[in-house]
Design a protein around this ligand. Structure first.
Ligand SMILES: [Cu+2]
Length: 182
């Protein structure tokens, strides 16, 4: 456990620290595996819900006050799971967003009331589509920083995980295209 300080500023995020401890305890190293759609990643998730892609947060240029988190969730239960809320200690406001095409054919993001993970299915949060919007960042995020994110279901259960800050590649539109309305 000597490496916590590499990822967390001491004393800053008790919740993030707790999640990190949980990650370490399970022996899962999230963020190291980009392959394998059915590989699972550490999550303090409700029964039947799993994270099946490495959660990540887009590294933004200096001065950008918001960014987004991405991951793929699998629902192994026989009922749809609806995510209705998000929270992160790094952001003043956390929202669930999607991208939709406007009348002029331009993709714009907007807040959605829920993100559904269908029974027996998967839902991908990825650039250009669904995402967890992190708004009013308290401090600029640093590359490889681990960001604690908690999602809440309509049933009031929570899915807590850590996402690693990394570059988004830049080839796909989305949060890198400068249309932030926040
Ligand atoms: Cu957004």
């Amino acid at each position: 456990m000597t490496n916590i300080s590499q990822y967390q500023r001491p004393g800053r995020l008790a919740l993030a620290g707790a999640v990190f401890l949980a990650l370490a305890a399970t022996g899962v190293t999230a963020g190291e595996h980009a392959h394998g759609a059915d590989e699972t990643f550490a999550c303090d998730c409700p029964e039947g819900l799993e994270i099946v892609s490495a959660p990540w947060v887009r590294m933004m240029p200096p001065g950008m006050g918001s960014t987004a988190a991405y991951l793929t969730l699998a629902n192994h239960t026989d009922e749809d799971v609806e995510l209705v809320r998000g929270e992160s200690p790094v952001a003043g406001v956390t929202e669930l967003h999607d991208h939709v095409q406007d009348d002029a054919g331009v993709m714009r993001m907007r807040e959605v009331e829920a993100i559904t993970i269908p029974a027996g299915g998967k839902t991908a949060l990825e650039p250009g589509g669904l995402h967890v919007m992190l708004i009013d960042l308290h401090e600029p995020l640093e590359r490889d920083q681990r960001v604690s994110v908690t999602l809440e279901t309509a049933a009031g259960e929570t899915a807590g995980f850590e996402a690693t800050v990394r570059d988004g590649g830049g080839s796909r539109h989305g949060h890198g295209s400068g249309h932030h309305g926040h």
